[in-house]
Ligand binder design. Sequence first.
Ligand code: ASP
Ligand code: MG
Length: 466
Amino acid sequence: MTIRIFKFGGSCLRNPEAFDKIGEIMQIYSHEKMLFVASALQGVTDKLISIAENAEDSQYISDKVKEIKEQHLQIINEVFKDHSDLKSEATKHVTMMLADVKLILSEIQEFGLQSYFMDYIMSYGEKMSTYLLYLYVKRQGIPSVYLTGEELIITDMNFGNALPIWDLTANRISNDIVPIIEKEDDNTIICVTGFIGRNKIGYITTLGRGGTDFTATIIARCIYDKSSEKDIRVVLWKDVDGILATNPKYADNPKLIEHLNYDEAKEMAFYGAKILHPKCLFGLDKRHIKVEIRSFDNPKSTVFSTIGDKSSGDQITGISTIEDVALLSVTSGSLVSTPGVLAKIFSIMGNNNINVSLVAQSSSEINTTFIVEKKDGAEALRLIKENPFFKGWADAQVQYVSILAVTGKGINKTSVQSKIFESLSTKDIDIIAMAQSSDGLNLSMVLEQKDIKDAVSVINNCSKNM
Ligand code: ASP
Ligand code: MG
């Protein structure tokens, strides 16, 4: 029996027609075991963040809470209009959840915005949306169970970006999900809130923005480990047909990648492909769990992307970008051959919770270049400049740039690289810094922001002729 874990993003729950689509999907897969994972309704997580950040402004929060309530009630009133019992259950649930939110806001007013409050507040988006989905499944006459990520996914203490503790999470899933999934002749659909977990001391955590994808794959992986069912597929229903080779904003008619292997997909997800949570493929390769990216509007379409063992086979699979990042450049002639310089830079960043991505160092060790998020650029510069180790010895600078990353199995071949560079030279685009991974899968180039659109477009064109 195939187990299908379906992830529904906020836009899949936007109106009664969208719920009808879910009904259609339930029909198509009615002969298989399904489990649903849902995100908050569109824009709700952002609204929850903004009310937490403005907790002292009571007018603002009452307006926003009202907005969130209206958004849910509008859907409830339409989706359950002929089901008064479900309608009143849904309304009651949303009202109760928003009362909780107000209570937390009063605690934020009292204690300040502690890190755990933000995750706590954010978790309510999924707790409302998923409950509506759960009631919708019942409305369709199918038995349903509502579970929160808090009950299932046990994480570390890293609020806002938590990682699951695998063995503890697998035990929970083994107890709460596996018995239902393994029961024959039982078509119960379990509905799980995406995005949220809890740490060992009981505080709610979240898995990073867009974390519902991750919830879906965490559950898939744990079912695989704890059940006799090994044929498990995750389907991420999206408002696109699949993963495109690049952002259509920058290039004409980028091709849809029908197959990509886990490594190719990880590279693409990481570099802002925005289609996939960057951590969600972790550990799926060993278990051969496939992830499909499919169009929610067109669930019967046979054209979509599958992430699995099969590679795209292309020299260049995809081109992804991060438009706005900070490039730190630390230059010194005098620290050459001094062990520990890199360790120093990275520990300063790590200790201040600043994530470093691309790194390039000249072999002379005179210049070290690295990328951090835009929001951390000024702080990273200050930390380096004011650190006694570097003071007087090194000069640091920050500039705001874009990254263009090319992914594919041929990236380390000079024949492929020469085409990439030739195509950039036709537009006179210079490369500020560069890093190539030794697995031959990724070439990341730092470019001026003004060049990014042309760069993607010319490389996309040249990749079509390989
Ligand atoms: N609702 C969360 C967010 O907006 C999680 C998700 O959408 O997957 O980031
Ligand atoms: Mg979302």
